[in-house]
Design a protein around this ligand. Structure first.
Ligand code: CDP
Ligand code: CDP
Length: 217
């Protein structure tokens, strides 16, 4: 049986994971949050030191639960991987070749056995260059920072808009300029600007693209 893959890439807080998850549910595909994998590796590196990076594959086992919980060596780390410390270090750890090789292999393996909606930074360019549908999702930095502010406030974190904007711009910069598989729109990806779109509207656009391009209903 052949499997379908949908790749959703873009910068921080463009809406990738929220919308990818909904699209996957609607189509009955597996949702894979590759950012969560880089975050789990970063958590491990923060606990064990940078030297562990060169041998990361032999130390780490990452799995997902049925509600998209993230397990690192069989421990649910879904909350810890969203901490400010992980967020501030993830782009640095994700730039390491050993980390990317390990996770990209894992991501490709998952797509060999299931139809997937996978979101990240390099899915359409590197992980699944033959994906059946590629979407590059973006939104203005101001809109993205406002979205993160709402999330942080809901989590009870007291952080201001200027700090969040600076953090998003800094992470975009590192992700876009790194040597190995930087964040860039694939030449055959459809650009989707979600700045003025609700979650429902953005989801409907991707479902429409999937119905037009793939044989899914
Ligand atoms: O959700 P948010 O936009 O904060 O980011 P994420 O998707 O959780 O990804 C966290 C970080 O992981 C990104 O800023 C990238 O540095 C890295 N990442 C990557 O390098 N390649 C991917 N395919 C996914 C994430
Ligand atoms: O995965 P990524 O970092 O690209 O973004 P996300 O975590 O899915 O979305 C960041 C926040 O923006 C979430 O709180 C979403 O609910 C919100 N969002 C929105 O308000 N409108 C959209 N069209 C998309 C996302």
């Amino acid at each position: 049986m052949s499997h379908i893959s949908i790749a959703i890439d873009g910068p921080a807080a463009a809406g990738k994971s929220t919308i990818a998850k909904r699209v996957a549910k609607k189509l009955g595909f597996l949702y894979i949050d590759t950012g969560a994998m880089y975050r789990a590796v970063t958590l491990y590196v923060l606990e064990h030191g940078d030297d562990i990076i060169k041998d990361i594959a032999s130390h780490i086992h990452i799995t997902f639960g049925i509600n998209d919980e993230v397990y690192l060596n069989n421990k649910d780390v879904s909350k810890e991987i969203r901490s400010p410390e992980v967020t501030n270090n993830v782009s640095r750890v994700a730039a390491a070749g050993e980390v990317r090789t390990y996770l990209v292999d894992m991501q490709r393996e998952i797509s060999r056995t299931s139809s997937v909606v996978m979101d990240g930074r390099d899915i359409g360019t590197t992980v699944l260059p033959d994906a059946d549908l590629k979407v590059f999702m973006m939104a203005s930095p101001e809109v993205r920072a406002e979205r993160r502010l709402l999330e942080e406030t809901a989590r009870g974190n007291n952080i201001d808009l200027a700090t969040l904007t600076a953090e998003i711009i800094r992470r975009d910069e590192i992700d876009s300029t790194r040597e190995i598989s930087p964040l860039v729109q694939a030449h055959d990806a459809v650009l989707l600007d979600t700045s003025q779109l609700s979650i429902e509207e953005a989801e409907a656009k991707i479902i429409q693209l999937a119905e037009d391009k793939l044989e899914v209903q």
